[in-house]
Design a protein around this ligand. Structure first.
Ligand code: T3D
Length: 262
């Protein structure tokens, strides 16, 4: 799948699928082609057992400036509801339910639906000069692509309200303080920091990571009793994997584990 897209650069190496949004002149704004291609790349990530971690990033100085507003202005009046249901919502569902870790390497500004995509990832590494901007309010729109949920989940209601209602750009350092970034690194260190985390994630037991993600996603909805039961259900699967046996053997033999992903 490497490199066969008009709006993305996709590379698969060492168990890591890197998807780079690649319309730098438009700050990687999401046009119709990009949403179709991103859906295809994420489908591939789900299906290919050799993909054990997904990195989402942007080429050029931005991560993603959200919906391509020139495309909206040039076209027939947009059916916003249908557009979201057909294009963005499936992308967000895929990112959140993909049973592989998704790491957003936020290399620059992430605005509107671009911020929503970054927030849908499991982990966010941000370059120091990057920012998050809930730009929707400046267009008279409502935050979409899941951001009203993910912001409240990661940052809490008050901070989510501040970001969505005021629509100011949140710096990377502020994003870290708000719980929206996992790490902030100097701009020039982002590629190496991303590679290091992605390689670590790709070397960890794939089934356990996938099931862990399922458990975390569901935790928002559950009572304690339900979550305890769900953890027990998932552990029955994880406990039957070769990776679990390898982890146990490595512990007893006092050596690093070599997880095969099965
Ligand atoms: O159903 C639906 O589709 C509704 C869903 C909506 C989802 C959304 O995402 S709504 C929010 C859309 N995004 C925005 O409102 C952000 C718009 N962009 C900006 O506010 C600014 O560009 C930034 C704050 C992101 C960055 O500012 P700055 O000063 O660093 O860059 P710039 O000069 O504004 O932009 C550079 C170029 O990128 C420029 O093109 P040019 O003049 O050099 O040819 C600019 O027009 C282009 N660009 C930036 N954002 C977009 C864009 N082109 C198309 N669409 C964009 N979203």
């Amino acid at each position: 799948m490497t490199g066969s897209f008009a709006t993305l650069e996709v590379e698969s190496r060492g168990g890591v699928l890197t998807i780079a949004l690649n319309r730098p002149a438009a700050l990687n704004a999401l046009n119709a082609d990009m949403s179709v291609e991103l859906a295809a790349a994420l489908r591939h990530a789900q299906r290919d057992p050799d993909v054990r971690c997904v990195v989402l990033t942007g080429r050029g100085r931005a991560f993603c400036a959200g919906q391509d507003l020139r495309e909206v202005a040039a076209g027939a009046p947009l059916d916003f509801g249908a557009h979201l249901r057909e294009k963005y919502n499936p992308l967000v569902v895929r990112l959140r339910t993909l049973e592989k870790p998704v790491l957003a390497a936020v290399n620059g500004i992430a605005a509107g639906a671009g911020a929503s995509l970054a927030l849908a990832a499991d982990l966010r590494l941000m370059a120091r000069s990057a920012g998050l901007r809930m730009a929707f309010v400046h267009l008279g729109l409502v935050p979409d692509a899941g951001a009203t949920l993910t912001l409240v989940q990661h940052a809490g209601y008050g901070r989510a309200a501040e970001l969505c209602l005021l629509g100011e750009t949140l710096s990377a350092e502020q994003a870290l303080a708000y719980g929206l970034a996992n790490r902030v690194v100097p701009d020039e260190d982002l590629p190496a920091a991303t590679d290091a985390w992605a390689a670590r994630l790709a070397a960890l037991p794939a089934t356990a990571l996938g099931l862990t993600k399922r458990a975390l996603q569901r935790a928002w909805l559950a009572t304690l009793e339900e979550q305890l039961e769900y953890e027990a259900f998932l552990q029955a699967t994880a406990g039957a994997t070769a990776d679990h046996r390898e982890g146990l053997a490595a512990f007893l033999e006092k050596r690093p584990p070599r997880f095969g992903g099965r």
